[in-house]
Design a protein around this ligand. Sequence first.
Ligand SMILES: C[S@@+](CC[C@H](N)C(=O)[O-])C[C@H]1O[C@@H](n2cnc3c(N)ncnc32)[C@H](O)[C@@H]1O
Length: 291
Amino acid sequence: MSDLKTWDYLRREAKDRLEAGGFVGGDQEAQWLVEEVSGMNSAELIASAKIFASVRATEQLNTLLERRLIGEPLQYVLGSWSFRGIDLMVDRRVLIPRPETETLVGLALIEAQRMELQPGEVVVDLGTGSGAIAIGLAAQLFEVAIWATDVDSRALEVARANVAARGRMSAGIQIVQGSWFDALPHELSGRVRLVVSNPPYIAEDEIPELPPEVIDYEPFSALVSGPTGSEHIETILLAAQDWLTDDGVVLIELDPRRAKKTHTYALSVGFAGAVIENDLTGQPRVLIARR
Ligand SMILES: C[S@@+](CC[C@H](N)C(=O)[O-])C[C@H]1O[C@@H](n2cnc3c(N)ncnc32)[C@H](O)[C@@H]1O
């Protein structure tokens, strides 16, 4: 019995280990890790501060801490992360959903409202990864037909689990595998009203700029596009011409350094109403390509 530690002791010990390991915000991370192994929320943990944790929970916390201390992203260690207030399962098969993508979904929802999207109309999330975009859209767009695609079957396993976990809310989401629009059934050609995508957009020579937490853990094929960083975005914009309705719109997340170039490309392939919108940090981040 003497080896048992209270939840409060474990939390403080985890904080000290994280801070000694150079992790800024060790206090918050320790709290999340203890919540994860205890299955309690912060209020329950306060009430249980003086209660002894089980040996199993203590060992589990130690395992999670060791993973974090060697640099694994907190989101993978926890196994879940919040996207627009929705808890999504995440692991190394998928990119960790980012705040910039929350902005992308917010702009897509505004666009959907402007377009007066009707039940049964078609929306596509290209490169769905964890399913974040499709699920974020489904939470607000009732009875719209959302197609979520990815080329990577392992990413789609995670997307399927996340969609299933949302129950009825995500009943309108269909998951299909394939490269960009090739994943979709031909009958959807000319019927897609809205495309929302966060494709890989890092250029090969920018790889050295990526922090080890990103390049050592997140899927390479979710990050890097090719020599220019624009390859996938340009493929999607060009192919979209065959899939969109006459008033269809594409929203794509991009690298701020290539916003101007992407805007020019969108105009050149037929999106006369293309505009760039900023993210929450004021960086040009989303192309809204209207025809
Ligand atoms: C930047 S991640 C975005 C994941 C998720 N949509 C999000 O925003 O968090 C890009 C996704 O595109 C997928 N992808 C890469 N190449 C693709 C292709 N040719 N066709 C479809 N999906 C592709 C990757 O597997 C990855 O899941």
